[in-house]
Design a protein around this ligand. Sequence first.
Ligand code: ADP
Ligand code: ADP
Length: 229
Amino acid sequence: MTAIEVDDVGKSYTGKGGKRTDALSGIRLSVPSGGFVSLLGPSGCGKTTLLKCLDGLIPVTEGEIRVGGVPITGPGRDRAFVFQDFRLLPWRTVLGNVVFPLEGVVSSRAEREATARRYIEMVGLSDFERHHPHELSGGMQQRVGIARALAVDPDILLMDEPFGALDAQTRELMQIELLRIWELTGKTVVFVTHSVDEALFLSQRVAVLSARPGRIAAEFEVPFAHPRQ
Ligand code: ADP
Ligand code: ADP
């Protein structure tokens, strides 16, 4: 089954004074349900733009993106985003951050907290649910970011260089942790990175983007990819 289809997508930004930047052109991509696909390429090639288009955070200027066969018109609860800079709410605790996306979705507070705690446990932070983000290391903060994304039980995780801000050792631990969560939850993952090593280690399939405007220059299956258990 196909989770995401990107059908001849182009994206241009119009800046101040009408200046146009063509960020993406002629993108075709198919992401299988439950698959782990990386978008790989140098800075400025349009990876983040494509990921935001997949989330519906920004509209495409050409073509169409379908999720589960249905054209997307904006963000949906079937997709969740994980940011490089975590974007946690600093005045809220770990529990408060993970509960956040469930507010307005799940009416019972006890149920919201029970769900949040399940994901906090999944990322190994049960002992820290009362801590605030500034009391946590970068790796721990991104664990919270991942738990928050999982809390709404989306089919698809969109991850924008989630480990880019972490030191090498923490990054390796988080990569292994992410594979465990991917295997455990059966989510579809689209993962943006500029690291060839990271793309090859994590994903089953890699789409390589070239810059200006971003196009898919190559696409391949990783022959030694982690099989889903
Ligand atoms: P990457 O994630 O691969 O580094 P981006 O998607 O961030 O690439 O950017 C792709 C291109 O689009 C770049 O040339 C960038 O300068 C441009 N761009 C990104 N966001 C905007 C924006 N909001 N307005 C104008 N141009 C933008
Ligand atoms: P930017 O223009 O800075 O790139 P984005 O369009 O990427 O911002 O993100 C939109 C906003 O939505 C961000 O401010 C982000 O913090 C917020 N956001 C998205 N998902 C969540 C979430 N699950 N919980 C809290 N805030 C979120």
